[in-house]
Ligand binder design. Structure first.
Ligand code: WT7
Length: 668
């Protein structure tokens, strides 16, 4: 095994006591407390890793005992990548909400704080114990039942970061309904498409939302627009968050607080099969409409729970904070299901890092004495730029472990995070994973793995990464680079694309037979460490948000006067990647402020404000091959301002197009 071999090299560097050594930009776990970590040396990591790869079924069976089953499984796994067939813990029976709530109450931890909700306004916060949360979950679960929701029905959740979002998710799993959370910044059109794709029966939303300086995000109004064309929706449950006047459609809309007030507090969890769907979460691909990534109950919960405990070295009394939005997978796995299945205290933050000022994150860490802090590199870059005075007056001594996710972290922000936030005393876990993987696949273990700024380091237990050549050959050895794929399955892996199993196979398993292809490129260095280089397909990563170029192009194309658009990414100081749109207009239409505005509003309407292009260039023509395919490679070079190494352009139908694009003016 490549990784074991390499890890042996590291072993010799990491012997004995933990002392802070920096060697060739390698950082070693340092504090005394690390001695008590779940995995406290690289030797132990190697040992467990080896065991997990040699006997995966045995390994994952022992891990699965961490959760409560009504009935244990008959068979640990049944996987065939050639058929895109993936099952774990076959015929096992469980309930996810039971595991996230009742179980902790039964073991005497009912009074423990489950969720600390920190509002957008620093003066607003709330705490919910496990017992309080269970009552709320049961009540809304009964409301859903009274609205006709049955096991297997889909429920769409379109909300900001308010406690009712987590409560609604847990209520869905209590009664076997499948939730589909739609990120609160998505437009009415996006919401409509997602509701229709999985024919959701109920929508849960809120009156308006509060986020940073925005104090009236029109959630219900957007929902109403979406619902003009969603035949499957029977009812809408509305949470009162701000109390502003909104319209309620009689016979369709009900208030959460009114319905729950007299709802029964009895609601037995439904027995679910391991492979019964738990949730759908839409994510962008390189082509077509967003894919409904489907995760199931048993394997997902085992994986989210185990990775949360081991990678964040979670201990019973820790206060854990992941700053992500629950509208993305990070929030599902590492705000809700991972932490809550472990009985953790998890923080849910409604606001943004720069409101009311750039010290907000550190105020919250100080206020709630956060032990593990997990965020995105883009947030670190934005905060780093504002200087250290926002950090210096805060007491961050509770911090033990720092994490990042969503995009490659570069050396400057890694070092800032380590020094200014972690005071060189908190290991950083740079965690690589995807919506599709359900949980973290490549990451350091905080007390075991020496880290290198910018590397996600080594695979988690049971994870078998490989690098492939373009031809699909496995590239062995170190000091190499290729396409990142997984050779074997793990319990948290997605099971299908909702309603389109063929697309699941085509997207992930058809290009390289027998592997799950991630869409990312990666390097493996001399020590076997992985360095993710980014997407190799037409998926952009804007501030850690995944956006398909095809979706943005489609939205631009809908603006009046637009003939064609091509979208590529370019390096952006804060966002990691920015969106660069090349647009050609119909004959007789001239570029103008008006057309520019109508393109932007079309993107906001079709997708949401987070997909607005950062740069737009109107061009007379786009570079195409003779068969009419747009050569994005060339557009990327122009967007990156790297026009001297354009490469071969002789296959273009009209090579002179390139010259005019280079000369073309940048409008934004
Ligand atoms: C893509 C998945 C899963 C969490 C949030 C994003 C990129 C994710 C890292 C990392 C470099 C990363 C990859 C991946 N990515 N984590 N630590 N280092 N790149 O989930 O929206 O499904 O996006 O995010 O390109 O494929 P997602």
């Amino acid at each position: 095994m490549v990784c074991i071999q390499n890890a042996l090299i590291i072993k010799s560097l990491n012997k004995g006591k933990y002392t802070m050594v920096r060697d060739n930009n390698t950082y070693f776990p340092s504090s005394e407390w690390l001695e008590n970590a779940h995995v406290n040396s690289i030797d132990k990591y190697n040992e467990i890793y080896e065991e997990s790869i040699k006997g995966p079924d045995q390994f994952w069976a022992s891990v699965a005992d961490r959760i409560d089953w009504y009935k244990r499984w008959d068979k640990v796994s049944d996987v065939d990548y050639n058929e895109a067939k993936i099952s774990w813990y076959l015929n096992g029976k469980l309930n996810v909400s039971y595991n996230c709530l009742d179980r902790h109450i039964d073991s005497g931890n009912g009074d423990k704080t489950a969720i600390i909700w920190e509002g957008n306004d620093p003066s607003e916060d709330k705490k919910y114990t496990y017992s309080e949360l269970l009552v709320r979950v049961k009540k809304i679960a009964n409301v859903l039942k009274s609205l006709g929701v049955k096991k297997g029905d889909r429920v769409c959740l379109y909300m900001q970061m308010i406690p009712e979002l987590s409560i609604a998710m847990l209520a869905c799993c209590r009664i076997g309904a499948v939730h589909s959370v739609v990120f609160g910044a998505f437009s009415a059109d996006s919401l409509r498409d997602r509701i229709n794709d999985s024919s959701c029966k109920i929508l849960i939303t809120q009156d308006t939302g509060v986020r940073g300086v925005k104090n009236n995000i029109p959630m219900k109004e957007n929902a109403d627009k979406a619902l003009t064309n969603t035949p499957s929706i029977d009812s809408v449950v509305v949470v009162k968050r701000t109390g502003v006047d909104i319209e309620m459609v009689s016979g369709r809309d009900v208030w959460w607080h009114e319905e729950t007030i007299n709802a029964s507090e009895d609601c037995e969890p439904v027995e679910m099969d391991s492979e019964d769907p738990l949730f759908i979460l839409y994510t962008s691909g390189s082509t077509g409409k967003p894919k409904g990534v489907l995760h199931t109950s048993g394997g997902y919960l085992v994986y989210a729970s185990y990775t949360h405990e081991i990678i964040f070295d979670y201990k019973k009394n820790d206060v854990y904070w992941c700053t992500a939005d629950i509208g993305w997978i990070t929030g599902h796995s590492y705000i809700v299901y991972g932490p809550m299945s472990n009985g953790a205290t998890t923080i849910m933050f409604e606001g943004v890092p720069n409101y009311p000022d750039f010290g907000r994150f550190w105020d919250v860490v100080d206020k709630h004495k956060v032990n593990q802090f997990y965020t995105a590199p883009t947030a670190l870059r934005a905060l780093m730029k504002e200087g250290n005075t926002w950090v210096e007056s805060k007491n961050l001594s509770s911090l033990r472990i720092l994490g990042t996710v969503g995009e490659p972290i570069k050396e400057p922000e890694w070092k800032w995070y380590n020094k200014i936030i972690g005071k060189e005393n908190c290991p950083i876990v740079d965690t690589w994973w995807q919506t599709e993987t359900g949980g973290i696949l490549i990451s350091p273990l905080p007390a075991a793995t020496p880290t290198k700024p910018g590397s996600a380091t080594l695979p988690f237990f049971g994870i078998n990464p490989v690098l492939l050549s373009d031809e699909g050959e496995e590239i062995k050895g170190n000091n190499t680079q290729g396409l990142l794929a997984l050779k074997t399955s793990w319990p948290g892996q997605m099971r299908t694309i909702y309603g389109d199993h063929k697309r699941f196979f085509d997207t992930y398993f058809s290009q390289f037979r027998g592997y799950y292809f991630t869409g990312d490129g990666a390097k493996r260095d001399k020590d076997g460490y992985y360095w993710i280089t980014g997407r190799v397909d037409d998926v952009l990563n804007i501030s850690g948000h995944r956006i398909g170029t095809a979706e943005v192009e489609g939205a631009i194309g809908k603006a009046n006067g637009v003939a064609e658009a091509a979208v590529v990414g370019f390096p952006h100081d804060i966002k990691g990647q920015g969106i660069y749109a090349f647009v050609t207009l119909m004959t007789g239409v001239n570029s103008s402020e008006r057309i520019f505005e109508s393109i932007i509003s079309s993107v906001v309407k079709e997708i949401g404000p987070h997909a607005k292009p950062d740069k737009m260039q109107f061009a007379p023509a786009l570079p195409k091959t003779r068969s009419g395919k747009i050569m994005r490679r060339i557009l990327r070079k122009i967007a990156e301002n790297d026009v001297d190494s354009m490469g071969d352009i002789s296959t273009l139908a009209d090579p002179s197009v390139v010259e005019s694009l280079i000369k073309g003016s940048i409008q934004v």
